[in-house]
Design a protein around this ligand. Sequence first.
Ligand code: PEP
Ligand code: MG
Length: 593
Amino acid sequence: MDDPATKGERILNGIPASRGVCRGKLFILRPAVTTEVPRYGISTEEVDEHQRRLEHALVATRGQLLELQRRVSSALGAEESRIFDAQLLILEDPSLIEEVKRMTAADRINVEHAFSLVAQRFIEGFSAMEDGYLRERAADIRDVTGRVIHNLLSPEPPADLSDIREPCILVARDLTPSQTALLDRRKILGFATDQGSATSHSAILARALNLPAVTGLQDATQRVHGGQYALLDGFNGHLILHPTEQTLFQYGQLARKYRDLQERLQENRALPAVTLDGHQVVLSANIEGPEETPEVLGCGAEGVGLFRTEFLFLDRKHLPSEEEQYTAYRALAEALKPAPVIIRTLDLGGDKMLTTRDAPTEHNPFLGWRAIRICLQERDLFQAQLRAILRASVAGNIKMMYPMISGVDELNQANEVVEECKEQLRREGHPFQADLEIGAMIEIPSAAVAADLLAERCRFLSIGTNDLIQYSLAVDRMNPKIAHLYQPTHPAVLRFIKMTIDAAHRAGIWVGVCGEMAGDPALAPLLIGMGADELSVAPALLPSIKYVIRHLRFSEARELAEFALGSKNTAEISGRAQKLAESIAPEFFETTQ
Ligand code: PEP
Ligand code: MG
């Protein structure tokens, strides 16, 4: 760890995940220790001491849980704070405690190892239970036993987001999408994580929240201290410890220029996204919840091109009912009508897991039980959402799309469930838009190759480049070690995109791009040149993309696309795209370096 006495400037390099600069004290969110529990033998004389340490850890854990319960109760109400009751009961479970003590004495192994073995057995036992309620308790056991192990191994209690008292830069090993969604905007100036990349969902949320963020810092949590003063550079991906006066001055200027630029971009707000030579592009917004309606209205979007509905489901005790979803979808559609709102059906899985269900641990979660695959198996979950979307469709201009479609079979199956829901609603007398437009996301190479078959059965296609890139190149979008291999301009990726666009146009339907590639000022012209009809980007990025479109000639975009599709070289393509963007909007690419 860096010596706190060393006041010299130090720069930690990561991946720029969300533009902007902030400075302030660091708050380190160290995870509760649940992995890498050491194992060692103990002597008979040491058994008592280990059992005493267990008692102390249980008491400490109980104290922490009661404190958390008190805070949640005053912030969210008594009902929400009851989730801790089950965890408190687990701490008193004699079968757990006695078994740990027995193992410590009989097998003479250290108490933390004995505890983790017994806890794991309990978690597996509960995960396998038939009864849904009991199965869900596995998550509580994992949580509370992780806390006990942390208390056995570390004198400091695990830090919690609710411990943040004053505005700070949050440094964490990783932030789950639900943690990111819950960040208190008033207390978080920006965040820096060891893990993640520019397209992990926490990075996407940082952009939605307009917070500077740097991911992929590898071991920053080990190298910094809470309370240290630092500067976070979301443009270049730096966390700068003890910045010098000179650095602060340079970044102060950059921040001011960035603010001025944002203000100037706002002047484009009400203008159409049309190129200098008259080519019109539909520019829509990506959102994670209906609370972002003011941002959609304020950024100059023509509608919502991607509503990631799974964020309504994360970090909750109970899943949202059909009624609750209906209210959310209807409110959004009403607020934006006649502008379109494309609701994406649930894309759970990958890095977005429910806290209400103890989902199976998977070796490859991004290749596993995810999105439409979950929905086609969990029919109740899917039907509740489809019914809510259909019912809300009369309130405005709603369209719907399915994530992670791999081919025609899945599309047909999903459409069958929609037909069943329509039939139910007809019988029940609920009005809905019978001709609701349904599209498919193209995120898997098989879908891009079969785009012609999908296009025949869809009203539109939307290319999810975040996943399409990760699956085409076999590069985990979350893994900072291979972030350099995550290449949007790889010729294979561009061919998949082009194939999809051409297939859609041949079938007479429109095609959008809603992955992060669309929000990159250097890559948006390439997508437009390849023929994308719509780009959908985070509201915070939308004014820059509109500016680029309004200062671009479609002929230049087409030349760039032609060059890219004829090139063998990823770097050459991105270099050419960058050059065009810099000639259009040099101020977007200014840095302190
Ligand atoms: C994508 O994959 O590009 C996409 C828009 O979906 P998500 O980022 O939510 O996986
Ligand atoms: Mg995706």
